[in-house]
Design a protein around this ligand. Structure first.
Ligand SMILES: [Zn+2]
Length: 838
């Protein structure tokens, strides 16, 4: 008997130790806060089946808890704003007093009036709007796990502080900015958790498999998409943002395990010049509240030494150009459940506690600074409108007279940000550029969001600092390769805020002879792929010609009918053309001015079987951008070929293999790749993969080295000195040879291109081998050091080499950057479909 009790006792101790080791109770998390709770509100543990911090929360359990909370608390409502790529709900909690909830639409309306009015003097009756968002990088999980505690605390606490807070504040709680990434990471951390928690950083628990949980389904860094808004998660979020225009938006992240805790302000000299100085002063005032709370729980922290507020596509910077205050939090990551660090053993619960504490200190700051923040927002929009009035009757025009879809995709970004724009009254020529009605739009400067518009459209080449946390340029009309001008008379404007559902496109007439499709429209590759999949013949024109008084440019696609299946061909093409915003011309004759349709200068295009190399050693971002482009825009199947399967895979059927930026292949795989190219394959290699191409003796590039010796650079300055020689991301002008098939579909002699590498390839001595070449003054927007700029001039971003029957197409720049660089996607497509003609 005694033995049995003893045995039970020992077991109990053992489990107690275990649970102390692995998790904490609510008293641990709320140690610094008042903690009397309404017992009718379920704790997280009672729903998810474990204490917060004991396991990594999966997204589905998180949703389950939040729904329960909304069901049981009259302070909380929940809405589903859409779905991720993996069909996970994008939920949002609205948390405020019961009283405010009964009046929420009116509160929202009043809050919006604040940014639209010129005569508000008393801010006392407006609640503050605070948007708190978590774990946009899925493998930075302490934020989302802390959101359970925050939601519970706000719903259940009976403290006077919370009562007061909820009367004066509307909290928009976004518990998981990136549901697909969070789920992927939780799966990793939980399935690799040790029963005996092991803090050894070498344990598999702390070393995720490629590509990790940071990104969303297509491996995008979601925290770069707040401005371009290309991804479903961002679209839902920006919609909420515009519905409420929050005064504070917080963005809870994690950083390296050996760090401590960071809160903004970031590095002062790296704040974007369009951000008002008062914004950073308010950020500093809010920071004082984090200081106080973190001091009390004994947690180390820092600010102003790293991270910045430059790129408006990040969550903590986007509010700064929208009349709010964005705040970044970075917590040292335990990654899994516990890990050794420079600051001793770092437990997952401790990281969660810090995030919860910073969320509470934000709310305390909000209540205290409420009127300052509301007044700041009011003045921000008042100033913006005044600036707009000064620009009188002026606007920004953008468009591409040959590519409507691409133009519409930029206009869609404006719509998502609730920026007004107009169609043209009629076609016009402005400063030498031809703008066509329905293919160009005008944005009036005299509108509320002028500052945001400037942030999207400006080009900037002078900077206070030479270091950037992220890209230094994102000028949208350059990213789309559109014609544009910052100053046009609004008298040219016609209808406002178009709906794009009205299709422009289709087949001009039914014919038994042939159809012609120019190559400029954005979705022509999608149509071509459908045509080839339908086993129809398609040929590309290597020269220009005129037929029926219409000029057809280089790259026009010829689809012969041969007097067969006349109706079904017409119906098939007409449907495709309508769906994709494309005009396809029916012609009854092969006789043209220039090459005739039977000419040998029309070359047959073969069906393509494409593989994209992915996996360890490859840039997941670069891989994901290409996967996303083909899968969601062009509907072209490509095989994601994991490099770990490359040696055993049968690759002989692939016509093209795309090799995004990578460390390269091992020697066995290199031999296999070389043989495949020699047998007729086309390898398209990007950025760092070129180093492997050169090492493998496939191509000799003659990379231009930047020679530099540090002069008057101290040890302290060394790291910044090297960083200033990087190209974090800037936009450059290249001149193109429009007769070369790699450039088919571009109508101008020069285009803009995005570069974030320092690989410079010398131009070939024969000019016809340089279809794309950096211009004499290539910098259009962004930062590049003087040395690098000198090196870049007249080098080439793209090189084509033959190897027996095959080809290697080498590209140093990124043609698919972050899903919003629509303007250079066609270079990659041309490299695939027209490589037989090079
Ligand atoms: Zn992060």
């Amino acid at each position: 008997m005694f033995m049995r009790y003893l045995f039970l006792f020992v077991i109990c101790c053992f489990f107690n130790l275990q649970s102390q080791n692995s998790s904490a109770d609510l008293n641990y998390y709320f140690s610094n806060q008042e903690n009397t709770f309404d017992e009718s509100i379920p704790t997280p543990e009672s729903i998810i089946g474990h204490q917060v911090g004991e396991w990594h929360i999966t997204h589905d359990k998180l949703v389950q808890y939040m729904k329960e909370l909304a069901r049981s608390s009259d302070r909380v409502t929940i809405q589903n704003r859409g779905l991720t790529y993996e069909d996970r709900p994008l939920i949002l909690l609205t948390i405020t007093s019961k009283n405010n909830h009964s009046n929420i639409e009116k509160i929202k309306e009043n809050h919006m009036a604040l940014s639209n009015s010129n005569n508000i003097t008393n801010f006392n009756n407006f609640p503050l709007v605070v948007y708190q968002g978590f774990s946009i990088h899925g493998n930075e999980p302490s934020g989302s796990n802390a959101s359970l505690l925050l939601a519970y605390y706000l719903a259940a606490s009976k403290s006077n502080f919370i009562d007061d807070l909820l009367e004066k504040t509307v909290i928009l709680l976004d518990p998981s900015f990136n549901p697909d990434g969070l789920q992927r990471f939780a799966y990793w951390a939980n399935t690799n958790k040790n029963y005996n928690l092991n803090p050894d950083p070498n344990d598999r628990e702390y070393n995720e498999a490629w590509p990790g949980g940071r990104t969303n389904h297509y491996w995008f860094d979601m925290n770069r998409d707040w401005l371009p808004v290309q991804l479903p998660e961002s679209r839902a979020r920006i919609k909420t943002y515009n519905e409420w225009l929050p005064n504070i938006l917080t963005d809870h992240h994690e950083m390296g395990t050996n760090a401590t805790f960071f809160f903004q302000p970031g590095i002062p000299s790296r704040t974007h010049p369009l951000t008002p100085i008062l914004n950073q002063e308010l950020t500093q005032k809010i920071a004082n509240f984090h200081v106080e709370e973190l001091n009390e729980i004994g947690s180390l922290y820092y600010s102003e030494e790293s991270f910045d507020d430059f790129y408006y596509g990040k969550g903590s910077t986007f509010p700064d150009i929208n009349g709010g205050i964005g705040i970044l939090f970075e917590q040292a990551s335990s990654r899994g459940h516990i890990q050794e660090s420079a600051n001793g053993t770092l437990t997952f619960p401790f990281t969660i506690k810090n995030q919860f504490t910073a969320a509470i200190s934000t709310l305390k700051a909000g209540v205290n600074l409420r009127e300052n923040l509301l007044k700041y927002q009011y003045n921000f929009y008042k100033n913006s409108r005044e600036e707009g009035l000064k620009s009188k009757n002026k606007g920004i025009i953008f468009g591409d007279s040959k590519d409507r879809a691409k133009t519409i995709h930029l206009a869609e970004i404006l719509k998502r940000h609730e920026i007004d724009f107009y169609n043209l009254k009629k076609d016009l020529t402005h400063k030498g550029k031809y703008y066509k009605k329905d293919y160009a739009f005008i944005i009036p400067k005299n509108q509320k969001k002028l500052k945001l518009i400037n942030a999207m459209f400006e080009s900037r080449t002078k900077f206070r600092d030479s270091l950037f946390y992220d890209v230094s340029a994102w000028t949208l009309p350059l990213a789309f390769n559109l014609d544009y001008d910052m100053n046009i008379d609004m008298n040219n404007a016609g209808d406002k805020n178009l709906e794009f559902s009205t299709n422009i496109g289709g087949v001009t007439k039914k014919t038994n002879y042939a159809y012609l499709m120019e190559w400029h429209e954005y979705y022509t590759p999608k149509v071509l792929n459908e045509i080839l999949n339908n086993d129809m013949i398609a040929k590309v024109a290597l020269k220009r010609f005129n037929i029926d008084n219409k000029a057809f440019d280089y790259g026009t696609i010829l689809i012969p009918v041969f007097n067969k299946e006349i109706d079904s061909t017409y119906n098939f093409l007409n449907k495709l053309a309508k769906e994709n915003c494309i005009t396809i011309h029916g012609v009854n004759t092969g006789l043209a001015d220039g090459i005739d349709l039977g000419s040998n200068h029309f070359k047959r295009i073969s069906k393509q079987k494409i593989a994209l190399l992915v996996g360890d050693g490859f840039s997941a971002y670069d891989c994901g951008e290409i996967w996303h482009l083909f899968d969601t825009r062009y509907n072209i199947k490509l095989t994601k070929l994991d490099v770990r399967n490359f040696s055993s895979a049968n690759i002989s059927d692939y016509s093209t293999i795309i090799m995004p930026s990578s460390k390269g292949l091992n020697s066995e795989n290199s031999d296999k790749m070389k043989k495949w190219i020699e047998n007729g394959g086309t390898l398209i290699a990007y950025k760092n993969s070129l180093k492997w191409v050169e090492k493998t003796n496939l191509v000799k590039y003659n990379f231009k080295e930047t020679k530099r010796t540090a002069k008057n650079i101290s040890f302290e300055q060394k790291s910044n000195y090297f960083k200033s020689q990087e190209i974090g991301g800037a936009i450059f002008e290249v001149n193109i040879d429009r007769t070369h098939p790699i450039n088919f579909g571009y109508k101008n002699k020069s285009i803009s291109i995005f570069r974030n590498s320092t690989l410079f390839i010398e131009a070939d001595k024969d000019s016809y081998n340089n279809p794309i070449i950096y211009s004499e003054k290539p910098l259009l927007s962004g930062y590049i050091s003087e040395e690098n700029l000198n090196n870049l001039k007249s080098t080439v971003p793209l090189k084509i080499n033959k190897l027996n029957k095959g080809k290697i197409i080498s590209i140093t720049d990124n043609t698919n950057f972050r899903a919003f660089w629509y303007g250079t996607n066609k270079l990659l497509i041309n490299a695939i479909y027209f490589s037989d003609q090079f």
